[in-house]
Design a protein around this ligand. Structure first.
Ligand code: NAP
Ligand code: FE
Length: 367
């Protein structure tokens, strides 16, 4: 087994406020990296700025991060941080803002670094220390060494590097209370994908499976409640947030498998939100494993305490109606990107390009 996750994680009431001194321990100037509205709406920005002011830390705010953040926006955030003389970077928001903050920390420490240099890891200096404050219960980016960005050609890539681990990450369920229902469902179902894709990954071991199984057990009831139109209590939000951290810990050990990577295509080309884009392939993943390694599929259902029908019902309740259509030509043109792809290769039962073609045809090729 192997496990490495050096982030100091704090969740629960007062996580930011109680740790104000920890923020200040990284220096007296910092850059806050956020999305357009979520940092304000969630209350997280107010908590962070109050903590920084109390500790005498000066800050600038870059609030230009969009969903599926572009490398260009991270370069800009990095420049803002560098010009301000920031000693550390604080990302506040969902996975998009957190991933952008990780990259901004690289660009801030390496002024002049361009997109190519970023992807080729020509990082002469270590990134600035990264602190993260999560406002979605979804990506688990707080616990991962991954930043998923969109390049200048419009392609999403995940970059993995130990230097992208945050020094510390904070989250409170109350920050997620302002999420709309569609974002609650899209981010919540992303947690299920992380847990399932980690479990059904070649790199899975007893540690990663423990995170994945516990994550599924925690998320099922609150996510089902939300999907069925129920009002979420703070305790439901807390369970979803804890599950998102467990999902992050699970994929931190294993990576994701084909569902995430094929999902990137739907986000890039059809604007499908990240969580929905991966989860649409979960039934196919379960089906594939059930066919090729029935004992291992059974183990997943036994350990999570959920039957296949229950899981598929949850996925169905969360996903919007599938209105995506692809032509045969579009499918054929997309396939090469998955021919030599790590996430596809890491799916526990070998997935061939022909099988991916079949899955895309079944889901999207309709008359
Ligand atoms: P997101 O893109 O960060 O946020 C989705 C939407 O929700 C945005 O419009 C955002 O607004 C809004 N929002 C966020 N928090 C809110 C709150 N508390 N209240 C109200 N609105 C809020 O969504 P996400 O699913 O968390 O992140 C998705 C990204 O993470 C994708 O790029 C995905 O590929 C990546 N990802 C990363 C990892 C990893 O390990 N690093 C793992 C899986 C996925 P604003 O625009 O105003 O912020
Ligand atoms: Fe994800």
């Amino acid at each position: 087994m192997k496990h490495y996750m050096p982030v100091r994680l704090f969740s629960g009431e007062g996580a930011v406020e109680k740790n104000a001194a920890l923020f200040a321990s990284f220096g007296d100037r910092c850059a806050l990296v956020t999305g357009k509205r979520s940092a304000v709406k969630s209350g997280a920005l107010a908590d962070v700025t109050a903590a920084l002011e109390r500790e005498g830390v000066a800050f600038c705010v870059f609030d230009g991060v969009g969903p599926n953040p572009s490398v260009a926006s991270c370069i800009e955030a990095g420049r803002t941080a560098h010009e301000f003389g920031a000693a550390f970077v604080v990302g506040i928001g969902g996975g998009s803002a957190l991933d952008a903050a990780k990259a901004a920390a690289v660009f801030a420490a390496n002024p002049g670094l361009d997109e190519e240099g970023f992807y080729q890891k020509r990082w002469d200096r270590a990134p600035l220390p990264i602190l993260l404050v999560g406002t979605t219960a979804g990506t688990g980016s707080e616990a991962t060494k991954v930043s998923v960005l969109t390049d200048s050609r419009g392609r999403k890539h995940s970059i993995h590097d130990d230097r992208l681990f945050a020094a510390a990450a904070f989250g409170e369920a109350k920050y997620t209370a302002s999420l709309s229902l569609p974002v609650t469902l899209s981010t919540g179902i992303d947690v299920l994908s992380h847990c399932a894709e980690s479990f059904f990954n070649r790199n899975a071991d007893e540690i990663s499976r423990a995170f994945a199984v516990r994550g599924v057990r925690l998320l099922y009831a609150p996510l089902r409640k939300a999907a069925a139109g129920g009002e979420l209590e703070l305790s439901d939000r807390a369970a979803l947030y804890e599950a998102s951290l467990l999902g992050g810990l699970a994929i931190c050990d294993t990576g994701t498998c084909f569902a995430h990577n094929v999902g990137y295509y739907l986000t890039e080309n059809r604007g499908v939100p990240h969580g929905f884009a991966s989860a649409i392939f979960l039934p196919a993943l379960l089906e594939l494993v059930k066919k090729k390694d029935p004992a291992y599929a059974e183990r997943f259902f036994r350990e999570t305490g959920l039957g296949k029908a229950e899981l598929l019902e949850l996925v169905g309740l969360c996903l919007p109606e599938n209105a995506i259509r692809m032509t045969e030509e579009e499918i054929a043109a997309a396939l090469p990107r998955w021919e030599n792809n790590n996430s596809v290769r890491n799916t526990c039962c070998a997935v061939s390009t022909a099988e991916i073609r079949n899955i895309l045809e079944q889901l999207f090729l309709k008359n």
